[in-house]
Design a protein around this ligand. Structure first.
Ligand code: BTN
Length: 260
């Protein structure tokens, strides 16, 4: 079953209307009660399109994981961006998911006051439990930036319960999902502007401030069956994670890293 933009829930439509000036190019929101994956729906839409679903039947996470997407428990959304039209397209593309992580943290913070930790490359944690994740996928000249934010975990299976959290569990009270969504979109719009206009230091500074584990945390990775461990030493200006391993510093660009 599928809805269309005219079926936006009334509360969401009102909030979007009142926030239009802050949403910049991200104001064309399509709402669906159910989709396989919002990233798939967004893949055929133009820059600035936003897809939000109440439920996903085949929500995807990074590295082949599924993203559990039950109705009423989270925000499952995708926005279509075009970093290729930035003043510096390469750096804008490299820093896109870091910018998105900052924006999600800012949106959640603005509504709930929750202080969310960013974990490289783009996970959002509260007290070592995952609150939200980002999946960026290339689609022609565009990037489909998908994000999932857990708002309540009441119906999650027990194994997930131990590893994830939600805004409601972290706050200890109920919250309304739609203001979180709208503030996150507004923050994404601001950070997208930073990317397009080359304000990369603003993004990097904000990311570093919200990412305590990017410095001094023990991490490991498996290379040819051998586990190498190291200690994080910050991110460089292109978003790569620096890890001190013995007497050398490695630059890690893919997420195949375990946090110990
Ligand atoms: C991760 O942390 O592994 C990334 C999770 C991304 C989940 C979101 S939910 C909306 C969008 N549609 C998807 O199928 N995935 C992303």
């Amino acid at each position: 079953m599928k809805s269309n933009p005219s079926d936006l829930p009334a509360e969401l439509a009102g909030l979007l209307e009142r926030s239009q000036a802050r949403l910049g190019p991200l104001s064309a929101v399509q709402w669906f009660s159910e989709v396989a994956s919002t990233n798939d729906v967004a893949a055929s839409l133009p820059e600035g399109a936003v897809v939000l679903a109440d439920r996903q039947t085949a929500g995807r996470g990074r590295r082949g994981h599924a993203w559990f997407s039950p109705p009423g428990s989270g925000l499952y959304a995708s926005v279509v961006l075009a970093p290729g039209r930035a003043a510096d397209p390469l750096r804008a593309t490299l820093l896109l998911t870091l910018a998105a992580g900052v924006a999600l943290a800012e949106g959640i913070d603005a509504v709930s006051g929750l202080r969310v930790d960013l974990k490289w490359p783009n996970d959002l944690y509260v007290s070592r439990r995952k609150l939200a994740g980002i999946l960026a996928e290339a689609s022609g000249e565009h990037v489909v930036l998908g994000f999932g934010i857990n708002t309540s975990v009441a119906s999650y299976p027990p194994d997930l319960h131990e590893r994830v959290t939600s805004i409601e569990s972290a706050l200890g009270r109920s919250i309304d999902r739609y203001p979180v969504f709208v503030e996150t979109l507004a923050a994404l719009s601001r950070r997208y502007d930073d990317l397009l206009l080359g304000r990369f230091d603003a993004i990097l500074d904000a990311w570093r401030r919200r990412a305590p584990s990017a410095v001094g945390a023990r991490v490991g990775r498996t290379v040819n069956g051998v586990v190498e461990t190291g200690v994080t030493a910050g991110i460089d200006d292109n978003g790569g994670l620096l890890v001190r391993m013995g007497d050398r510093v490695e630059r890690i660009v893919s997420g195949e890293l375990e946090w110990l």
